[in-house]
Design a protein around this ligand. Structure first.
Ligand code: BDR
Ligand code: CA
Length: 313
């Protein structure tokens, strides 16, 4: 079976780090782009380069947008990921610099080069992607699929109804969902219950170098999730956007029209998932291009990801 060709747009981030390491073992990873989100653009870029260095992953990286489409980036999400955006382990310093191209141009170039084959995984705010869609009208049509970790068909994690990645740039997320490419959405309703527990993390800590670093990162992340939300798992949100391209039976999806709320006083950044197709325009539009994750086989999925990390030598 040929490996899926993937580009990851990310903002590492503990779960981004796991997603990148996981993807590199199973997929043809053609590159990474970074976006503001979990921390400043400089910090998430340095973090992403350190993760590539840690894993010995050759993929090129292009740095992207420092701010959302409207306004300035919010204060870094240091409540979940720490001061650097990736606290908890001393990762190796980056062994390379970003490529000269801006992420938006790199995205367009990669989509053109790998036309009809590329899966674009968006595991941070969608700013780079929205700008690529606007700059090159054919961009979306060149993609095989966009896989998003973002939004929720239930609770949010920043506001009662808004998830962090969509909340960080709702206008960009709206452009992405409306771009016409098939979209696979792993929302917070599924990803927040798909996480590594203390025993999973202990397995990593007892493993070889890459696994041990990841175990240290996830120990930190689990502690913060406990303090903030009372969770007893470290959710691997971002890995949920990658796993279906390796093992298709771990997450269940339903076709569903999704709109992003841009105006609500209490609901800005909410993804409105029309699971019952109640909106007349959606009924007229026919089958939705979004496949919405509705359930994961969490223990099997997590075991699969942990085993992948343990296989690094
Ligand atoms: C998302 O927000 C970030 O903090 C995580 O990396 C993930 O992409 C979860 O809401
Ligand atoms: Ca992320």
């Amino acid at each position: 079976m040929t490996r899926t060709r993937m580009l990851i747009d990310c903002d590492p981030g503990h779960d981004d780090a796991v997603a990148i390491l996981y993807a590199a073992r199973h997929l043809d990873l053609v590159g990474l782009t970074t976006c503001h989100g979990n921390n400043t653009i400089d910090n998430v870029t340095r973090n992403a380069l350190s993760v590539l260095t840690l894993g010995g992953i050759a993929a090129p990286l292009a740095q992207g947008c420092a701010d959302p489409l409207i306004g300035r980036t919010r204060s870094p999400a240091d409540n979940a990921h720490g001061r650097t955006g990736l606290d908890g382990s001393d990762l190796p310093p980056p062994d390379r610099a970003p490529v000269a191209a801006h992420a938006v141009d790199f995205l367009i170039d990669m989509a053109r080069t790998h036309r009809d084959e590329l899966v674009l995984a968006v595991i941070g705010p969608a700013t780079n992607v929205a700008l690529a869609i606007r700059k090159e009208p054919r961009f979306a049509s060149w993609l095989r699929e966009i896989s998003v970790m973002g939004g929720s068909a239930g609770l949010g994690n920043v506001t009662p109804v808004a998830e962090f990645n969509v909340w960080s740039d709702p206008e960009a997320a709206a452009v992405l969902f409306a771009c016409g490419a098939p979209v696979r959405m792993a929302g917070y309703n599924v990803t927040s219950v798909t996480g590594a527990n203390a025993a999973d993390i202990a397995r990593l800590l007892a493993g070889p170098r890459v696994a041990r670093h990841t175990g240290e990162l996830l120990s930190y992340y689990l502690r913060r999730q406990r303090e903030r939300l009372g969770f007893d798992i470290a959710p691997l949100h971002d890995a949920c956007a990658i796993v279906p391209y390796v093992q298709a039976d771990l997450i269940e999806y339903r076709h569903c029209h999704v709109d992003v709320e841009l105006n609500g006083r209490l609901t800005r950044g909410m993804t409105v998932c029309d699971l019952r197709t109640l909106t007349p325009a959606h009924r007229e539009a026919g089958e939705a291009r979004v496949q919405l994750a509705i359930r994961s086989e969490a223990p099997r999925l997590i075991d699969h990801v942990i085993s992948t990390l343990l296989a690094y030598r």
